[in-house]
Design a protein around this ligand. Structure first.
Ligand code: PMP
Length: 460
């Protein structure tokens, strides 16, 4: 390892706090410094070549090293590196981006608020929904419903809409106005469940939850079209549409969080477009800039926009905004990234290669450790079980998650493990057929090596 790397590891240990890491354990393990990237490949500071099967953090959809994105950023930085969006200022890339997003999003969404990332987009959604109901004379509507195993960011509010224990524990969450219904998780549903029974159960749970809170008190239902950080849970086709319809009937806003699923990750530009679903509000980030700079967005319907705009006293500002809202460099990057998806043909390419991803995951269900493979487009997961009949998981004391990640890393493969039994994959949209073959060769080797560990073998 180069000496510069060992000094970086010491500096990191001493000073840099890592997101969503066990802090003391991280100090012991030390950081893995990632140094460069090209296409679907990363290189670490020790010189290891790694095939990235997770697009960074499900965000680098166009792959690393896209020169035209670098040029778009550089040109904007030279011309105007910063322009506030506050009050009545703006910049050309931000305006063009808003128009572009309206063009590519479901037709219900006509207005765009540009943020720094997904968490801030969710936070803006919650704040503006509260404002909307106050402005439209329904101040009682303040209860929020989301899904168990959902993830909606790490702001104080979003982490409460999130229903994953590590984001609540020690943070005094959820708040009293945050409620959950069961996840549409067919693999873990009672014996005999079908796609339709899972959809019906979700609709019934939403209705029951709204009834118990009182329809006049419920503001909105938030969901991801496919639950990402909760373990890549792919609901049955038709689920999103049924939830949209239920929200309309119940008189609550339907908010779709497309932070992971947006920008071609599951096939169409946005996952909700596969079912012709039109949300009242929609959040996005990640693939918006492909991670080349931070940016997210909140989109909303005419009705929500007008409710807020007309509810405020004339000339009084709507008090929500940040210094870097609608940042022109991020906006210029997003415009170029979207051009690559569309004119550059990357969305079409992703749709063409997606069957290789699906086949590779499906084939691994024959492996002794794998209970289920699930996927849509280039988003997928393997759920590992110690017994395929009972679907029992593994004792957390086994540390399977770390073992899988470290073994994969030694085999030159980066993916994500959730809890102790789910492996998640979100390859860049630029993956070639040959890269999928390499991914699955490395993944199978990793699973075989983990299976050969005596403690794992004994757990089966
Ligand atoms: N919503 C979803 C569905 C996400 O997956 C994430 C991030 N993983 C967020 C919101 C938060 O986005 P960010 O990390 O950009 O703040």
């Amino acid at each position: 390892m180069p000496s510069n790397t060992s000094s970086l590891i010491d500096l990191d240990r001493a000073h840099l706090i890592h997101p969503v890491a066990p802090w003391r354990k991280h100090e012991q393990r030390g950081v893995t410094v990632l140094e460069s990237g090209h296409g679907a490949w990363l290189k670490d500071a020790a010189g290891n070549e790694l095939l990235d099967a997770f697009a960074g953090l499900w965000c680098v959809n166009v792959g690393y090293g896209q020169e035209s994105v670098v040029q778009a950023a550089t040109a904007q930085m030279r011309k105007l590196p910063y322009a506030t969006g506050y009050f009545h200022f703006g910049s050309e890339p931000a305006i063009q981006l808003a128009a572009k997003l309206v063009e590519i999003a479901p037709p219900s969404l006509k207005h765009v608020y540009l943020t720094l990332g997904g968490s801030e987009a969710i936070d803006a959604a919650v704040r503006l929904i509260v404002h909307y109901y106050n402005a439209t004379g329904r101040p009682g509507k303040k209860q929020f419903i989301s899904l168990e195993r959902g993830y909606h960011g790490s702001s104080s509010t979003g982490a409460g809409l999130t229903a994953l224990p590590v984001f609540h524990r020690g943070f005094d969450l959820p708040r009293p106005e945050q409620h959950y219904i069961a996840s549409p998780y067919l693999y873990r549903s009672p014996e005999g469940s079908t796609a339709q029974s899972v959809i019906d159960a979700s609709v019934q749970s939403l209705r029951a939850k709204v009834a118990s809170l009182g329809a006049d008190n419920v503001a909105a239902f938030f969901c991801e079209p496919i639950q990402g950080s909760g373990g890549v849970i792919v609901p049955p086709t038709g689920w999103l549409k049924a939830m949209r319809q239920a929200c309309t009937e119940l008189g609550i806003l339907f908010v779709v969080d497309e932070v992971i699923t947006g920008f071609g990750r599951t096939g169409p530009m946005f996952a909700c477009q596969a079912e012709g679903v039109e949300p009242d509000l929609m959040t996005m980030a990640k693939g918006l800039t492909s991670g080349y700079a931070p940016m997210g967005a909140l989109m909303m319907s005419d009705a929500v926009y007008a409710g807020i705009a007309d509810g405020a006293a004339p000339g009084v500002p709507i008090g929500h905004g940040a210094t870097y809202s609608a940042h022109p460099v991020s906006a210029a990057i997003a415009l170029e990234v979207i051009r690559i998806y569309q004119e550059g043909g990357m969305l079409a390419h992703a749709q063409k290669v997606a069957p290789h991803f699906a086949q590779g995951l499906d084939a691994l269900t024959a492996h002794p450790l794998v209970g289920e493979a699930r996927h849509r487009g280039l988003l997928g997961a393997l759920e590992l079980v110690s017994n395929k009949t009972t679907k029992a998981g593994f004792d957390p004391a086994l540390g399977l998650s770390d073992l899988l990640f470290e073994t994969g890393y030694r085999n030159g493969l980066v993916f994500r493990s959730f809890g102790d039994n789910i492996l998640g994959f979100a390859p860049a949209l630029c993956y070639t057929e040959g890269e999928f073959s390499q991914l699955f060769r490395r993944l199978e080797k990793t699973l075989d090596e983990v299976l050969a560990v005596p403690e794992v073998r004994r757990a089966l």
